[in-house]
Design a protein around this ligand. Structure first.
Ligand code: AMP
Ligand code: GLY
Length: 409
C-alpha cells in the first residue's frame, strides 16, 4: 500500500514511524513532514487541493491526517468524494474539536458531564455575565484559535481584559466572536484517545501529558512538553464513570448521525471520583501519540483499514504493558517567541521523534518551539526519566530547554 501522512510535527513523525513498520506498506510519504520523516513532499497540511492532486496522481491507498486544521476544512469529505481512502472524521464531526459551543452542546444533550457553561456572541452580554460569576473562570473562544483559545481568569479584571482582547482587539479574528464562559474545574487531567469506527468507540491506553513549561509544573501552558503512558490507574468508581461517559458519547454519535470515523481524543478532568469532559479533539494528541504508538503492538495500517471497513474490534488493539515516557526538548523562549533555524547535532541511537526540525544538505535545524521528543520504554518512570536526561544532555543545541522532572511529579 502507498501511504500519505499529512502534517509536520512529532505526532506525524510517530505516525509515519509506526505505519512504516507495517508489512502492508510499499511506500510512505509525509506532507510537508520534517527533519525526522525521511520521505517528504512539500505540500502544506492545509492545502487541500494540492494534497488531493498529489494523492490522485500517485494513487495513494491510505491517507492519514495528523492535525485538526485540514479536518475542519473538510479534507475527509473532499478525498472521499474522489474515491480515496482517508483516515479521520468528516467536516461535520470535526466540529467536536473545531467549535467549543458545538461540542459543549453535544455533551449537554447526551448527558456527558462537563463544566457548566454559557455561550455568548455579544461583548456586553458576556461582560454582564462575568459580573456575577465565580472565579477562577474559564473563557474559551469558539474556533480552533491555533490551540490558544482557552484562558483561565483568576479575577474579574482579568476576565474583563480577556473579553476586551477577544471582542475589541480581535485577538482570534472573527473566530473569537462567540465565547464560552465556563466553571473552573480543579482536579487532575488525563487524556483518553479512542479509535472510532462508524460511531463505535475503542479506547486506547491512557496517557498523561505535562502542559507547563517549567519544572515543578510552573510557568506558562504549552502544547505539552512531556508525556507518559499508561497514566496512573483509576479507581473502580472513576473507571465505571469513564465507561459511562464513553457509552453516552457513542449513543450521542449514533443519535446525531455523525458517521464518525477516526480518532476521538477525550480530555478529562477527574474531580474526586467524578470525571468531566473538558474538551474533545478529533485527531491524535501531541505528545500523547509519541508515547502511545511505541506501546501499540498491533499493525496500525490494519487498524485503520478496519475502521474504514467497519470491522474493528477491541481485541485488534494490543499494547505493550511497559511504560513509555517522553521528554521534549524545546527552543529557549517557547511558548513565547524563540529563534528558528538553529543548527543541532543529535548524538543519539535511541528513539527520537522530531517535532520541529528541518534538514538541509548538511545540517539539522530547529524550526519549531517543540523540537525533539526523546522516548524511552521500560518498567519504572524513575529509571526512564534518568535515561532520557542522560540522552538529552548529549544533544548539541544552543537553545536547548527541557524539564528534568518529566515522569517524576
Ligand atoms: P482545552 O483546549 O479545552 O483542552 O483547554 C486547554 C486546557 O485548559 C485544558 O487542558 C485544561 O488544562 C484547561 N481547562 C480547560 N477547561 C477547563 C476548566 N473548565 N477547568 C479547569 N481547567 C480547564
Ligand atoms: N496534547 C494536547 C493536544 O494534542 O491537543
Amino acid at each position: 500500500m502507498k501511504i500519505l501522512v499529512i502534517g509536520s510535527g512529532g505526532r506525524e513523525h510517530a505516525l509515519y514511524w509506526k505505519l512504516k513498520q507495517s508489512p502492508k506498506v510499499t511506500s510512505i510519504v509525509c506532507a510537508p513532514g520534517n527533519g525526522g520523516t525521511d520521505n517528504n513532499v512539500d505540500i502544506a497540511a492545509d492545502d487541500i487541493q494540492g494534497l488531493l492532486n498529489y494523492a490522485l496522481k500517485h494513487k495513494i491507498d491510505l491517507t492519514v491526517v495528523g492535525p485538526e486544521d485540514p479536518l475542519c476544512l473538510g479534507i475527509i469529505d473532499t478525498f472521499q468524494e474522489h474515491g480515496l481512502v482517508i483516515f479521520g472524521p468528516n467536516k461535520h464531526a470535526a466540529q467536536l474539536e473545531g467549535s467549543k459551543d458545538f461540542s459543549k452542546s453535544f455533551m449537554v444533550r447526551h448527558n456527558i458531564p462537563t463544566a457548566e457553561y454559557h455561550t455568548y456572541t455579544d461583548h456586553r452580554d458576556a461582560l454582564n455575565a462575568i459580573a456575577s460569576m465565580k472565579f477562577p473562570l474559564v473563557i474559551k473562544a469558539d474556533g480552533l484559535c491555533k490551540g490558544k483559545g482557552v484562558i483561565i481568569c483568576e479575577t474579574h479584571k482579568e476576565a474583563k481584559d480577556t473579553l476586551h482582547e477577544i471582542y475589541v482587539n480581535k485577538q482570534f479574528g472573527e473566530e473569537g466572536n462567540k465565547v464560552v464562559l465556563e466553571t473552573f474545574l480543579d482536579g487532575y487531567e488525563t487524556s483518553l484517545l479512542c479509535f472510532v469506527s462508524n460511531n463505535r468507540i475503542f479506547p486506547m491506553e491512557t496517557a498523561r501529558d505535562y502542559k507547563k513549561i517549567g519544572e515543578g509544573d510552573k510557568g506558562e501552558n504549552t502544547g505539552g512538553v512531556g508525556c507518559y503512558s499508561p497514566a496512573p490507574a483509576f479507581n473502580n468508581k472513576v473507571k465505571a464513570n469513564i465507561d459511562k461517559i464513553l457509552a453516552n458519547i457513542e449513543v450521542g454519535l449514533y443519535h446525531d448521525d455523525f458517521d464518525f470515523n477516526g480518532i476521538l481524543y477525550v480530555g478529562l478532568m477527574i474531580v474526586g471520583d467524578t470525571p468531566y469532559v473538558l474538551e474533545f479533539n478529533t485527531r491524535f494528541g501531541d505528545p500523547e501519540t509519541e508515547v502511545l504508538l511505541p506501546r501499540l503492538q498491533s499493525d496500525l495500517v490494519e487498524i485503520m483499514m478496519h475502521v474504514e471497513n467497519d470491522t474493528l474490534q477491541q481485541s485488534h488493539l494490543q499494547w505493550d504493558p511497559r511504560t513509555c515516557l517522553t521528554t521534549i526538548v524545546v527552543s529557549k523562549g517557547y511558548p513565547g517567541t524563540y529563534e528558528k533555524n538553529i543548527p543541532m547535532i543529535l548524538n543519539d541511537d535511541g528513539l527520537v521523534f522530531h517535532n520541529g526540525t528541518k534538514r538541509t544538505e548538511t545540517e539539522l535545524l530547529s524550526v519549531g518551539g517543540r523540537v525533539l521528543s526523546f522516548v524511552e520504554m521500560g518498567d519504572d518512570l524513575i529509571t526512564l526519566n534518568a535515561k532520557l536526561n542522560e540522552r538529552i544532555e548529549k544533544l548539541e543545541f544552543k537553545n536547548k530547554v527541557y524539564r528534568r522532572d518529566i515522569g517524576l511529579i
